[in-house]
Design a protein around this ligand. Structure first.
Ligand code: NDP
Ligand code: 8X3
Length: 256
């Protein structure tokens, strides 16, 4: 009997880890729902994946901070697109890297609204569909910043600690509905992350990844795919993945 393709929803698929996840899941025959704010990037990724892998992709452009937009776009999906098997809560960012007394309130609000509230808006809807189907897998993007704190990391670290706590409680509350929940905590991954953190300063962003080999977005995507492809009785609850040269948050052996 031909297998029905599985469906993964990946938030923040316009770059970095989310885009790499889209490629990895597409190459494994998944149909995809991809989201982000940059419409052009989403449309070109959709086209590329459909052509290259013969899968179907639905591209939804919305800001995860906007509760009404999240609700409207997701609820408007046709019924067959609501059978989400895997949700990857990836959309997120760090904005600014300043001492507590110097940081901007607006940066803090953006991080809280995106990394915590956005993840909750999406998860509330998709987990509801998973509860109805009595199956599903949710993977949240935490960070080494959700395990440790570092100078000037204040609110970004707090949001990722929140993701860590939410992942644990989602796992407990959703277990009775046969929904698996995992959280992956990467160290430094070279993406657009630092460019966003430093408000578009490419030179400063590039420096973060100099002198050692950082992780790539596809290292993370392949690991997430490994997590979600374990047999039904296995759950990798929590996974910390670092570049070999980075022993801890902001502790590197550079030049090795
Ligand atoms: P990128 O900046 O490359 O990608 C971030 C993605 O999130 C983009 O697709 C962006 O899409 C999306 N996004 C950001 N804000 C919003 C929003 N308000 N609404 C919708 N989508 C949004 O960074 P990464 O790939 O590195 O980051 C992905 C995740 O991994 C984040 O949660 C990050 O915190 C986490 N992480 C990253 C690490 C790293 O070192 N890079 C390490 C540990 C964790 P768009 O701009 O089009 O909306
Ligand atoms: C991104 C990694 O170390 O900059 O979450 O916090 S770090």
């Amino acid at each position: 009997m031909p297998q029905i393709p599985k469906l993964a929803l990946i938030t923040g698929a316009t770059s970095g880890i989310g885009e790499a996840c889209a490629i990895t899941y597409a190459s494994n025959g998944f149909n995809l729902i991809i989201t982000g704010r940059r419409e052009e990037r989403l449309q070109s990724l959709k086209q590329k994946l459909e052509q290259q892998f013969g899968i179907s992709v639905s591209a939804l452009t919305f800001d995860v901070q906007d509760k009404n937009a999240v609700t409207q776009h997701l609820n408007a999906l046709p019924a067959e697109w609501k059978n989400v098997d895997v949700l990857i809560n990836n959309a997120g960012l760090s904005q600014g890297m300043d001492d507590f007394d110097e940081a901007k309130l607006s940066d803090w609000e953006t991080m809280i609204d995106t990394n915590i509230k956005g993840l909750l808006y999406v998860s509330k809807i998709i987990s509801g569909w998973m509860v109805d189907r009595k199956q599903g897998f949710i993977v949240n993007l935490g960070s080494i910043a959700g395990k440790e704190v570092y100078a000037k990391g204040n609110v970004y670290c707090a949001t990722k600690h929140a993701v860590d706590a939410l992942s644990k409680s989602m796992r407990i509350d959703l277990l009775k509905h046969n929904i698996r929940v995992s959280v992956i905590h990467p160290g430094a991954v070279e993406t657009e992350f630092s460019e966003v953190r430093f408000h578009g300063d490419k030179t400063r962003a590039k420096k973060v990844y100099e002198g050692y080999q950082p992780l790539t977005a596809s290292d993370i995507a392949e690991t997430i795919y490994f997590i979600t492809s374990r047999p039904a009785h296995v759950n990798i609850n929590d996974l910390l993945i670092m570049p070999t040269a980075q022993a801890s948050a902001f502790y590197w052996e550079k030049g090795k």
